[in-house]
Design a protein around this ligand. Structure first.
Ligand code: ATP
Ligand code: MG
Length: 513
């Protein structure tokens, strides 16, 4: 923080910026000023206008009013490349890379090193990409196609791309949403290094605790308006939340209570899901687990440990070469999503863009989509009933929409995630696999989602939940399995299931004192 110096002129400013979409005021005369050598937090509820402000600042959207000032001069960007070319580097909320190109190509896209006769110098590009990612603590084959990686690694690649540009301003819209503790620390190290080099940074995150660790100043938006700006250290967590939500919440509900604790009598409950010896070549070896009805099993592990791969394999979405899965004692055909669904397994996937959300359909259609599949297997749900269902979830999850007929693609990132959760909750499965269910969701809705998970478990569902937030796992799960290199490495339950204990098994014994 020592380098932060609000008396130096801002590096980058929004002045009275407004932006509307078809009658929705996403931004109303918002001011933001970020200074060289400073990290500025931008916070607000889902749909508050954070991403819109960033997109207006970087030339994705034209503002309806107001101005953008870069190093003292008013600027107009007609496309994001214009902003990038003068030193503004942005990691957008939705990872914005080319899935079919290699990791190295993605990092250097548009700035590839060339040989003297003008071709892309693959060798030098791959070497530089590998050095860069090694430095970020990510050890992957840089010649592999980007889409073969999980979302967390993709975020790090996007960040790697941002730091190779010699930027004056670096903007990160929820860069840590799919990162595990260790990767978050790496990212913070990089952010601080950039700050100490005199860079101005904007950082958006719903993991509130991160803000005090990293940021010097903060700007809070609510419903498209600026409600507070000032020093981070002068703001309490409680005040920050009150500004965000426009009301006080006692952050107690949903914090671990209410769930059926895995006491001894739960041993009597039979395994709702039993998975034995799953192998996925190169990704999983011999993964076994059981979940009882009414139990929430947490899956922990570092990036690339095989958490998403495990739930995908159980769901039949990732081909396994060996292994059996049973639901309520009945064997489920391997490698078939249809068989898994018919057996009552549902998967909320981590990547809402690649799998799941259909941006051109309405909120209502997106939620009902999965329900209709359930209904077609018997029973008939009337239109009135499905409508009531949709309205209930929109209300309970506080999905910010102008109406349920609004296209999902027009919602903010966090609200899209809520729609996806609502869709799967509405199917009432027997076994619910949740991959980062609260990723990118604001603090109020996070509690709501956790409360719903508790409720579902209490109704007898078996839940498997992945979360990069260790505290969330400890609070929500009855038992946690830790994966490492595609295999089960440890199991924590009862007294051993603490935040400290989980962190220790995540980093391995040598990592912690
Ligand atoms: N392309 C668009 N068309 C219509 N409405 C939009 C569009 N983009 C954003 N909006 C609306 O503008 C408002 C602000 O959205 P924005 O994405 O900026 O929120 P956010 O603060 O980034 O939220 P989150 O934390 O969920 O990412 C929301 O009401 C959203 O529905
Ligand atoms: Mg956003």
């Amino acid at each position: 923080m020592s380098n932060s110096d609000a008396t130096r002129p801002p590096a980058f400013e929004a002045r009275r910026v407004s932006k509307s979409f078809a009658g929705v005021h996403a931004l109303r005369e918002v001011d933001l000023a970020v200074h060289p050598g400073s990290i500025h937090a931008l916070v607000g509820e889902n749909g508050a206008g954070k991403s819109t402000l960033i997109k207006v600042l970087t030339g994705v959207y034209r503002p309806d009013g107001g101005s953008i000032i870069y190093q003292g001069d008013e600027v107009t960007f007609s496309q994001p490349a214009d902003a990038q070319n003068i030193g503004i580097s942005t990691v957008y909320q939705e990872v914005n890379l080319v899935p079919k190109l290699s990791i190295a190509r993605n990092i250097f896209l548009g700035r590839e090193p060339r040989t003297w006769y003008g071709l892309i110098d693959m060798r030098s590009m791959n070497v530089r990409a590998k050095d860069l990612l090694d430095d970020l603590g990510i050890h992957v084959d840089v010649t592999a196609e980007l889409e073969t990686l999980g979302l967390g690694v993709q975020q790090m690649v996007a960040l790697g791309r941002a730091v190779t540009i010699d930027a004056k301003v670096v903007i990160m819209d929820e860069p840590t949403s799919s990162l595990e503790q260790r990767e978050v620390e790496t990212l913070f190290r990089i952010a601080r290094r950039l700050r100490d080099d005199g860079c101005a940074l904007i950082f958006v995150s719903h993991r509130l605790d991160e803000l005090w660790q990293l940021c010097d100043r903060v700007t809070i938006l609510r419903d498209g308006e600026l409600v507070h700006t000032g020093e981070m250290q002068h703001l309490s967590r409680r005040d920050l939340i009150a500004h965000m939500l426009g009301r006080d919440i006692g952050e107690t509900s949903g914090a671990g209570d209410g769930s059926v604790q895995g006491d001894d009598d739960a041993d009597d409950a039979r395994a709702a899901l039993s998975v034995r010896d799953f192998d996925v070549p190169g990704k999983l070896s011999g993964v076994s687990l059981t979940v009882r009805a009414g139990e929430v099993l947490g899956l922990g592990g570092l990036l690339g440990a095989g958490r998403s791969e495990t739930v995908k394999a159980i769901y039949g979405a990732l081909p396994a070469s060996r292994g059996t899965a049973e639901v309520d004692g009945a064997k489920v055909r391997r490698n078939s999503i249809r068989a898994a669904m018919r057996a009552g397994i549902a998967l909320l996937s981590e990547d809402r863009k690649a799998e799941g959300i259909i941006p051109d359909l309405s909120v209502r259609e997106n939620i009902v989509l999965a329900v209709t599949k359930r209904v077609s297997q018997g029973g008939i749900l009337s239109r009135a009933k499905t409508n009531a269902l949709v309205d209930e979830y929109v209300r309970r999850l506080k999905i910010k929409v102008s109406s349920p007929e609004q296209k999902v693609g027009e919602l903010s990132g966090g609200n899209q995630q809520k729609v996806l959760i609502a869709r799967w909750l509405a199917t009432r499965p027997k076994v619910f696999l949740l991959d980062e269910p609260t990723r990118g969701i604001d603090v109020g809705a996070k509690l709501e989602v956790r409360g719903l998970i508790d409720e579902l478990a209490a109704e007898g569902l078996a839940v498997v939940m992945i979360s990069s937030e260790t505290e969330e796992l400890v609070d929500t799960a009855n038992r946690v399995i830790v994966l490492r290199d595609g295999a089960v490495d440890a199991e924590l339950s009862g007294a051993s299931l603490t935040n400290q204990g989980l962190l220790r098994s995540l980093v391995g014994t040598e990592g912690d004192a």
